[in-house]
Structure formats: structure tokens, C-alpha cells
Design a protein around this ligand. Structure first.
Ligand code: TXA
Ligand code: MG
Length: 346
């Protein structure tokens, strides 16, 4: 891959300033280029979903294996309807409550969706992002946008433009920088081709809220070893991982303190994802990231990847983190942390 110059366009929120920059980004998408842009969840790496060559470049820039299909972003239900064979009635029920927003639906795909987008599957994942910049980019492009998270494959997702630059500078044309993303974890992926629907990836919309609306949702039981066919690629056991070990402990201040103390015996410098008010051993070799109030899952979600990436950039050799419980939005944090904590397969 020959390096290209990556242009970072800083948006201000003022339409007079931003509109021409977003037009420019739309033109890059139409021309088959790669544009990283904010969604409400994480930054996405976008390309024209109907242009197989453009989509191929996403896989190259991310070093993403070709078996891992992409989410296609659209503006509204009409846009969604064009990409699928049919929209079951459940979609409208879900849309009323959760769209635009961090919910991705897997549905039987229409002819027009290139195989490279879906990794050869008969289904396509679609979502309507809520971020105004994502919506403006979709309008300016005039085409559905395929976009995985804008990180190198397997790394923690990017929640600001610095994260995108750290992973992808020299590989993509443009980054639309609109500051940190509000949700901070990826969308919930729900497969509507099964009965009952299957939760493929917990995300920004908690499973319980979906079940309140449409009834029971099945959970995936087992994760599948890397490289083998997956019900959903997001189910890779190791993912969202920094370059250093992540060590999880039970979510009590005492257990956290002890785990940090114990870990100090093994590493020269360790990072700690530290809830407000939780004690750490007195040591210059412990670097805290002040994460937020334990139980305030929205704040903790927004700051999760930011904290992990920040500690990693400070040169810590391991990261200690309390493990959130398996319900509501906390389940999403738990899922990401458990994948980040899996040791690499040799
Ligand atoms: O919040 C998000 O979803 C972000 C923003 C940019 O929209 N995107 C994102 O994309 O997280 P990515 O590529 O990192 O994760 C895509 C996930 C896969 O892990 C998989 O679970 C699911 O989407 N997926 C995509 N196509 C699928 C398909 N046809 N069948 C099953 N799962 C699919
Ligand atoms: Mg991803």
C-alpha cells in the first residue's frame, strides 16, 4: 500500500463553516475514496457501499479479513428498504423507538448490495446513524455508506479523530473531526432473520429495551475460535484489544485495590481504569485513568476506549479494570472488556 496524505478537516458545529467541508467529503466518497467520520457510537471508516473497489480499500486500510462483513449506513427507512429484500413489520416498530440511533439490523440483502460488503453472506447489516455529521455526509454523498469502525482490525474502536489518525493516517483520504463521539461503544447488532431475533453484538441500545418492545431476543451462547466461520464476526473472542494485557477484577473497590497491588509485582508501570472514589495503592508505578462514577454506565461507555487508548499511549505495560455486570448498557462494556482481555492466539 503506497501511503497517501490524510487530510483532517476540523468541524466547528457552525453550518456556514462545516457545510463546504462536508460537501468535500461527500465528493471523496462519490469518487470511491475513504472518509472517516463521527457517528454517535464511534468513528466509522466510510466508502460508497455500492462501489466494490471503494469497499475493497476499507478492508486494506483496516487490515480487516475479508470474511468480516460491514455495516451499511443510510439516512432513513426508505434508504434501508432499497438494500434489503423486504422490511419485516418489526423493523418499523424498532425504528419508531431506536432510529436514528445505535441499533444495526441484519436482514436478507437486495441484489444491489455488493458481495464484498456482506462477505458473501445473503444478509446485510444496516443502520441509521443519529450523529448530525454522519447524516450530513450521507446527504452529501447521495449513496449508502459502508463503514466499520475506523481502527485497525482488532484494536479498540476510535472515539475521537486522534484515535483514527493513530491507526489510519497515510491510508485514507479524509477524517471529519467533530470531537469525541457521545455514546462511545458500537451499535447493538440484531439479526432479524432468525426467530426469535438474535443479539449478535451488545451495543448502545440495551437488549432489555429491545425485548420490552418486540419480545424475547436470543443471545449467542458460545464464541467461536478465530478464523472459523462465525455467526457474526463481532463474536471473535479477541477484539477491541490494546497492545498490552488487560486484567479484569470483580467490581468492588477492595478487589480492584488488591488486583492493582498484585499486578505491580509483575510490571514496571501499570494503568488502572479507576472509578471515582476507588482507592489505589500509593505508587508512582500506577497510572490512573479517572473513568467516572461506577454505575453511571453511559459515562463509563463514553470513556472506555478513550481510557484504554490513553493508558496505552502513556506506555503502561498492563491495564487493570473492574468488570461491569451483565445487564443493560453495562453488558456492552463487559463484552468489550472481556474481548480486550483475551490473550492473543498464537
Ligand atoms: O456503531 C457501529 O456499529 C460502528 C459505527 C461506525 O457505525 N460500526 C461498527 O462496525 O462497529 P464494525 O465493522 O466494527 O462491526 C460490524 C459488525 C460485525 O462485527 C458484525 O457483528 C456485524 O457488524 N455484521 C455486519 N454484517 C453482518 C452480517 N451480514 N451478518 C451478521 N453480522 C454482521
Ligand atoms: Mg469494529
Amino acid at each position: 500500500m503506497t501511503p497517501i496524505e490524510t487530510v483532517r478537516l476540523r468541524l466547528t458545529g457552525n453550518p456556514d463553516h462545516d457545510a463546504p467541508l462536508i460537501e468535500q467529503a461527500g465528493a471523496v466518497v462519490r469518487a470511491g475514496g475513504l472518509v472517516a467520520f463521527p457517528t454517535e457510537t464511534v468513528y466509522g471508516l466510510g466508502a460508497d457501499a455500492l462501489n466494490p473497489n471503494a469497499v475493497q480499500r476499507i478492508f486494506e486500510a483496516k487490515e480487516r479479513p475479508s470474511w468480516d462483513p460491514l455495516i451499511v449506513h443510510v439516512l432513513d427507512l426508505e434508504g434501508m428498504r432499497r438494500l434489503v429484500r423486504e422490511l419485516p413489520p418489526t423493523v418499523e416498530v424498532l425504528a419508531q423507538r431506536f432510529m436514528p440511533g445505535p441499533l444495526t439490523l441484519v436482514l436478507p440483502k437486495a441484489e444491489c448490495v455488493p458481495d464484498i460488503v456482506t462477505a458473501g453472506r445473503p444478509t446485510v447489516a444496516v443502520r441509521i446513524p443519529a450523529h448530525p455529521v454522519a447524516q450530513a455526509l450521507l446527504r452529501a454523498s447521495g449513496t449508502p455508506i459502508a463503514a466499520p469502525s475506523a481502527n485497525r482490525f482488532g484494536r479498540p474502536s476510535p472515539t475521537n479523530a486522534e484515535h483514527v489518525m493513530a491507526d489510519l493516517a497515510g491510508r485514507i483520504e479524509l477524517v471529519l473531526d467533530a470531537g469525541p463521539t457521545p455514546v462511545g461503544v458500537e451499535s447493538t447488532v440484531l439479526d432479524l432473520t432468525t426467530q426469535p431475533p438474535t443479539l449478535l453484538r451488545p451495543g448502545g441500545v440495551p437488549r432489555e429495551e429491545i425485548e420490552r418492545l418486540i419480545g424475547r431476543v436470543r443471545l449467542l451462547k458460545e464464541t467461536v475460535p478465530e478464523g472459523q466461520p462465525l455467526p457474526s464476526p463481532g463474536t471473535s473472542p479477541r477484539h477491541y484489544a490494546p497492545s498490552v494485557p488487560v486484567l479484569l477484577c470483580p467490581p468492588e473497590p477492595r478487589a480492584f485495590y488488591n488486583m492493582v497491588l498484585h499486578t505491580l509485582n509483575q510490571y514496571a508501570l501499570i494503568g488502572a481504569m479507576t472509578p471515582n472514589g476507588w482507592q489505589l495503592p500509593e505508587s508512582e508505578r500506577v497510572l490512573p485513568y479517572e473513568w467516572g462514577d461506577w454505575g453511571d454506565w453511559q459515562t463509563l461507555a463514553k470513556r472506555l476506549f478513550e481510557g484504554i487508548r490513553w493508558l496505552e499511549a502513556q506506555g503502561v505495560q498492563a491495564i487493570v479494570c473492574p468488570l461491569p455486570p451483565a445487564k443493560g448498557l453495562a453488558l456492552t462494556l463487559r463484552d468489550r472488556l472481556q474481548r480486550a482481555a483475551k490473550p492473543p492466539t498464537p
